[in-house]
Design a protein around this ligand. Structure first.
Ligand code: SIN
Ligand code: FE2
Length: 200
């Protein structure tokens, strides 16, 4: 494992070994069966290219009115519990005192990307956001606390974990593109990114 710091983003490369990644994918399959992936709408009314679902007390949701956390999946049921293996990563790297309220599951198929944004729908920014990457490589871009300016990019690989906290908690970030088919973790290709958040 190697640890690097880019603008306060703590990047733990190869934090999860292969067997742990495979077992997480199995856990996530169960979550997605109970809470199917959907494409949220942007404020412009266009569906996002990334498909999403959540686990935990809250799930992240977006439609024309904006972004919010909701206690229920759009189909009406509660979100499934956050898998224990994900909570263990959070407890080891963020806090053993408080578990996250939401684990957002982002699925990037071929051509999917995520524009530069801040994660600011949570009540308390003293809690970091923890990100886990699985499957295909994704080009992660790190900007500044305000939109624009110079940026730095890094490829996130399967098993990499990023802690976005402290001064970096409100830094703009996004995913420019993925290298579809670069990993064999997901037989049909694609990238999964998990982000765990304390919401309220
Ligand atoms: C996000 O910022 O919500 C996703 C980051 C990633 O996919 O690596
Ligand atoms: Fe984000």
């Amino acid at each position: 494992m190697a640890e690097i710091d880019i603008r306060g983003f703590r990047i733990l490369q190869g934090y999860l070994e292969g067997a742990a990644q495979e077992s997480l994918v199995q856990d996530l399959r169960q979550v997605i069966l109970a809470a199917p992936l959907f494409s949220p709408l942007t404020p412009y009314g266009k569906p996002m290219s990334v498909r999403m679902t959540s686990a935990g007390r809250y799930g992240w949701y977006a439609d024309r009115r904006g972004y919010c956390y909701r206690p229920r999946h759009p189909q009406g049921g509660p979100w499934p519990p956050i898998p224990e293996a994900i909570l263990q990563i959070w407890r080891a790297l963020v806090s053993a005192e408080r578990d996250p309220d939401c684990c957002l599951i982002n699925f990037y198929g071929e051509g999917a990307r995520m524009g530069m944004h801040q994660d600011r729908d949570e009540a308390d920014f003293t809690w970091p956001v923890l990100s886990v990457s699985l499957g295909d490589e994704g080009l992660f871009r790190i900007g500044n606390e305000t939109r624009g300016g110079k940026t730095e990019s890094i490829w996130l690989n399967s098993g990499d974990v990023v802690v976005m906290g402290g001064a970096a908690r409100l830094t703009y970030h996004g995913v420019d593109r993925i290298r579809f088919g670069s990993s064999r973790l997901l037989p049909k290709g694609g990238r999964i990114n998990l982000t765990c958040r304390v919401v309220d």
